[in-house]
Ligand binder design. Structure first.
Ligand code: ATP
Ligand code: MG
Length: 152
């Protein structure tokens, strides 16, 4: 099924609107429009909700979350950036493991199970994509997803 990704992401912003507004966090979508990709709707939604939920959850109030969509002949790239707490370098390689959480006390207060990114990784793997993370403590985090347009 072909999805219009910018439209899908606008819908996901709506779903997460209340939690973002509760922290006065703004959500912005930029980049190319329209971007079309063959992808399972439920998987796409789950992947983006998990990433944007994290971006909101691990940021101080009044920061911004941005999603940038770009593409070339081979792939679509989705960048999810926040201005939040950041992730220590020593933990970066482990955040995609099931139940791994960086800051135990903070994680407890924030709720959740530590499965969000493991699911994201699984969905991306199933669709032959890859994900990169760049993070700076106290500055923020960017996840970049690469999804191929053809899978053979
Ligand atoms: P769940 O997603 O199941 O509700 P969770 O958010 O703790 O729980 P993951 O989404 O898998 O689990 O994230 C794993 C850990 O990686 C988080 O506990 C947090 O410490 C860290 N993390 C994830 N995303 C970010 C982010 N955008 N900024 C800072 N830390 C992050
Ligand atoms: Mg999460």
């Amino acid at each position: 099924e072909y999805l219009q990704l910018d439209q899908q992401i606008a819908q996901i912003f709506d779903i997460l609107k209340l939690s973002a507004e509760g922290k006065k966090i703004s959500m912005r979508l930029s980049g190319e429009k329209p971007i079309m990709l063959s992808f399972m709707p439920d998987e796409f939604r789950q992947m983006m909700i998990n990433l944007i939920d994290n971006a909101i959850k691990y940021s101080e109030p009044q920061k911004a979350v941005e999603v940038i969509l770009t593409q070339d002949d081979e792939e679509v790239r989705i960048e999810v950036s926040d201005q939040g707490y950041g992730i220590p370098t020593k933990d970066i390689d482990r955040i995609f493991e099931r139940f791994y959480r960086v800051d135990k006390s903070r994680s407890k207060e924030k709720g959740g199970t530590g499965l969000g990114l493991a699911i994201v990784k699984h969905i991306i793997y199933n669709n032959h994509g890859k994900i990169e993370v760049n993070s700076e403590l106290g500055k923020g985090t960017t996840f970049i997803i690469h999804l191929p347009k053809t899978r053979n």
